[in-house]
Design a binder for this molecule. Structure first.
Ligand code: HEM
Length: 493
């Protein structure tokens, strides 16, 4: 009863806000579904964004259409052609990030993900260069990733084939990879501070796309005064930033000027180098936010992908067996595998790509901001418009993939069984704001996946014949809770 009343009030507010915009102003955007239908879809999806919410809309309005969220126009790019035209051919035009009221309140346009203009350019360039110096795509990060994959393997070995929920150990391990990169050390899984950090990050990610998040975006003036639904999320943001602050102070106290060890060391040195440069954006606030960005961008994403990977191996034992055979044929059971070896195992590499396509962890493509008036594929998009690439319209497009709704590694193999890179594989975004962590993510997924599949065969627990592959949605889509048994392939695993 109360829920219905609240939903009705919200619906009326959304419609009211929409019609405050004069008709002429609304007419300049590409056409799209009427606002009341959009509001009804949101309500049907219980005020969460649903990836397939607008699946049919492009058929009616074309590949570039506008969805009105209250008074805010959001232009959707649907299909590969529109996304390529926008994100790649007009890369600079769509290089902005819209800073919505909620993210303005928690991020304040600092760091990389939610900054713009000079700050974004400087922080992103520094972030990429530093990740490369720290060996992203090279050996040092590779060996940290291998260490974490081995630790995860040992955690599974300790379960002795008994049913276990893999989500927490996976999340811990992938978080520790970022800890090594940013802080220069890993944490024990019993460390209270580490557990607090993990909880806070998980809470932040799960809050994205929820009812109260969307309410803050749509009615910020009102929601700023209703504090209770936001207390926990603001606390969680504080936990991550305070941790970054504490680590930074410890690094400052023993700064390794000649031998920077990690991201924080490099950043502090850069702050020192540019202290007399009036255009410098290197400061504590940007450093803390960059750290938070690397954690949020680099843990939930890889962790959700690896959770899907094991779930898909459990539900597709034939594919699991084929991967294990390929690994055994290429490397035997003892030789170490590194990311450079991926070309020797094209089937396994194709399976990893297909996992990411088939169980796409993104709710939508990350929103962009249009930096100038532009016309693409005949559609005019005014400067300042929020633009969302509908990545699901590409990765499930039947014109592109042979069996889009089936888990089929052949999507990434040619007739001779060689791995094929597909330009439609857009899950890391594209253009000026494409994911700077792609190389590291692929290295992590390859190393963890091959290490685990060489050591174990993953099975459903005895008596369980089915496992739900219904996703849990937050800002990233991860599988709902499930248990599996890690059966050692060799008796000493
Ligand atoms: C499977 C893993 C991952 C996926 C699917 C993924 C996906 C994405 C996507 C779709 C974007 C937005 C791109 C756009 O706006 O077009 C993005 C941005 C970003 N990602 Fe990733 N990512 C992953 C892993 C990582 C890792 C490991 C890191 C860091 C270590 C990272 C750091 C970032 C950052 C900092 C941004 C913001 C870039 C900007 O705004 O300029 N990501 N990622």
């Amino acid at each position: 009863m109360w829920t219905q009343a609240i939903l009705l009030v919200v619906l009326v507010c959304l419609l009211g806000l929409h019609f405050l915009n004069p008709f002429q102003a609304r007419k300049k955007y590409p056409p799209g579904p009427p606002v009341h239908l959009v509001a009804v879809k949101f309500i049907q999806a219980r005020f969460r964004i649903h990836p397939d919410m607008f699946a049919e809309t492009a058929k009616e309005y074309g590949n570039i259409y506008t969805v009105w969220v209250g008074s805010t126009p959001v232009v959707i790019l649907s299909g590969f052609h529109a996304m390529k035209e926008g994100l790649i051919k007009h890369s600079e035009v769509f290089s902005g990030r819209p800073v919505t009221p909620f993210y303005q309140a928690i991020v304040n346009e600092k760091g990389i993900v939610f900054s713009n203009g000079h700050t974004w350019k400087q922080q992103r360039k520094f972030g990429i260069a530093t990740m490369q110096k720290l060996g992203m795509g090279k050996e040092s990060v590779q060996s940290q990733i291998e260490d974490e994959a081995r630790q995860l393997m040992e955690t599974f070995a300790r379960t002795k084939g008994q049913p276990t929920d893999p989500s927490l150990p996976i999340f811990n391990s992938l978080c520790n990879v970022i800890c090594a990169l940013v802080f220069g050390h890993r944490y024990s899984v019993d460390d209270e501070e580490f557990l607090k950090l993990l909880d806070a990050m998980e809470y932040n990610m799960k809050f994205g796309g929820t009812f109260f998040h969307l309410m803050y975006e749509v009615l910020p003036g009102l929601m700023k005064h209703i504090r209770w639904p936001y207390k926990a999320v603001f606390n969680a943001v504080d936990v991550v930033l305070s941790h970054a602050m504490k680590e930074t102070e410890a690094h400052r106290a023993q700064l390794a000027v000649h031998d920077p060890r990690d991201f924080i060391d490099y950043y502090l040195l850069q702050m020192e180098k540019s202290k007399n440069d009036p255009t410098s954006t290197y400061d504590d606030a940007n450093l803390f936010q960059c750290i938070s960005d690397l954690f949020t961008g680099g843990t939930d994403t890889t962790s959700a992908t690896l959770q899907w990977a094991l779930l898909l191996m459990v539900t597709h034992p034939d594919i699991q067996e084929k991967v294990q055979k390929e690994l055994e044929d290429a490397f035997g059971s003892s030789q170490n595998i590194s990311y450079q070896d991926r070309k020797k195992v094209p089937y396994t590499f194709a399976v990893i790509h297909e996992i990411q396509r088939f169980k796409c962890i993104l709710l939508t493509g990350n929103p962009r901001l249009c930096m100038q008036d532009v016309t693409i594929l005949g559609a005019f998009i005014p400067k300042g418009t929020m633009v969302v690439p509908d990545v699901h319209s590409v990765i499930y497009d039947p014109e592109i993939w042979e069996t889009p709704r089936m888990f089929n590694p052949n999507h990434f193999l040619d007739q001779d069984g060689k791995f094929v890179n597909r330009e439609e594989f857009l899950i890391f975004g594209a253009g000026a704001r494409a994911c700077p962590g792609k190389a590291m993510a692929m290295m992590e997924l390859f190393t963890f996946f091959t290490t685990l599949l060489r050591a174990f065969t993953f099975k459903l627990p005895e008596g369980v014949t089915e496992v739900s592959s219904e996703p849990v949605k937050g800002l990233t889509i991860s599988p709902g809770p499930y248990k599996l048994c890690a059966i050692p392939c060799f008796s000493d695993s």
